[in-house]
Design a binder for this molecule. Structure first.
Ligand code: P1T
Length: 382
């Protein structure tokens, strides 16, 4: 694929060309679990679908092109992708992770990898000096979400990429919330990007998947080994669905952001709302970084209601278009309660210290008409 093509063009064409046999314009779904060999070890590039599969390879090429990376390694979920990255570490290695991460990522580090001997420090990464202070001789990895889940704090990828470079360690950025439409961490100095493709990349809430992108050949080799050895691979059908979703990713992201921005301004002036977390609002603590690092401020809004848990509960059962459910990034709007849903696996005292209060709600703003979404929120808040 030509390197000079625009992002929107790559989203439709990267890794894909009409089928040489049939001329089919859309990539086929190669369901075969195994591939004929002319003689043992002599084949046309595919042996067995856990090891490699044509539809999966197309997806890996396409997302790698969108993130500006050389290698894509796809997994059965975002969590499996994160686990593979952590699986490249050895007992005694140290990871510094931003304090506000998806509850499942916190659980993976705290309950699966820490008992295996991986040391984990949780740090507020909005200040570089906090990360510098947490470095140890055995630090191998900096792990960042930006915007963070659920408080939408931003972390300066370029500064951390520089720090990782000077320390000879790797920077991993979970780009699920921003997508490569809004920011491309590999181009800012990250060594690997991880996605839950379950979210915006697929965009239609009908796939669970994950992927890692990297230019680091040694890391890619380890990840491909784990992809095959552990076998947490996505089905060809799921790969096809994500490829299909990617074709409209740039259009969808622009609309998600436009509507979310308008709703964030509306919520910010609502008397029932105590605080709105949205990187596009000038009062957001990292608003200046948002304008520098992201092309648009994203489709997620988190807000704190007056009235705590009771108000949050009432709100979640009162909205109609905003469906009460975990997950995000689909065409439909969702609302959830981090303290009891996505971040229930984070201990209560850690949640309290971070500001994940009982009155906090998170909105994934979908592609419905903005006036309908605003009316839904207005009715529920009333
Ligand atoms: O659900 P899965 O595909 O395994 O992805 C895990 C994951 C990784 N990284 C981020 C930033 C995520 O938000 C998630 C999953 N998050 C939700 C299900 C949620 O509602 O926040």
């Amino acid at each position: 694929m030509r390197a000079d093509l625009h992002f929107d063009t790559l989203a439709i064409h990267a890794g894909q060309a009409p089928d040489p046999q049939t001329g089919a314009v859309m990539p086929g779904i190669q369901l075969s679990s195994t591939f004929a060999q002319q003689a043992p070890g002599q084949h046309r590039g595919f042996e067995y679908s856990r090891t490699d599969n044509p539809t999966r390879r197309t997806l890996e090429h396409c997302v790698a092109a969108l993130e500006g990376g050389q290698q894509g390694i796809a997994f059965a979920s975002g969590s499996a992708a994160s686990a593979a990255l952590l699986g490249t570490l050895a007992p005694g290695d140290h990871v510094i992770v931003c304090d506000d991460v998806y509850g499942g990522t916190y659980r993976l580090m705290d309950k699966v990898f820490a008992p295996l001997g991986i040391e984990v420090s949780r740090v507020d990464m909005t200040e570089l000096r906090h990360v510098e202070a947490a470095l140890r001789p055995n630090t191998e990895l900096l792990w960042v979400e930006t915007p963070t889940n659920p408080l939408l704090k931003l972390v300066d990828i370029k500064s951390l990429g520089w720090l990782a470079g000077t320390e000879g360690i790797r920077l991993v950025v979970d780009n699920t919330f921003a997508t490569p439409v809004l920011q491309r961490p590999l181009l800012l100095g990250a060594h690997a990007v991880v996605h839950s493709t379950t979210k915006y990349l697929n965009g239609h809430s009908d796939v669970v998947g994950g992927i890692v992108l990297t230019d680091d050949e040694a890391l890619a080799r380890k990840l491909r080994f784990l992809q095959n050895a552990v076998g947490a691979v996505p089905s060809p059908f799921d790969c096809y669905l994500v490829l299909r979703g990617l074709k409209t990713l740039p259009l969808r992201m622009r609309r998600h952001c436009e509507t979310a921005h308008a709703l964030a301004i509306y919520l910010d002036s609502h008397p029932q709302v105590a605080k709105v977390h949205y990187p596009g609002l000038p009062a957001h603590p990292q608003h200046a970084l948002a304008t520098r690092q992201m092309s648009l401020p994203g489709g997620m809004i988190t807000c704190e209601l007056h009235g705590g848990l009771a108000a949050a509960r009432a709100m979640l059962s009162a909205t109609e278009l905003f469906v009460c459910a975990e997950s995000l990034g689909g065409v439909e709007s969702l609302i959830e309660h981090p303290a009891s849903m996505t971040h229930a696996s984070v201990p209560a005292e850690t949640r309290a210290a971070l500001g994940i209060t009982d009155g906090l709600i998170r909105l994934s703003v979908g592609l419905e008409a903005e006036p309908d979404l605003r009316a839904d929120l207005e009715r529920a808040l009333r």
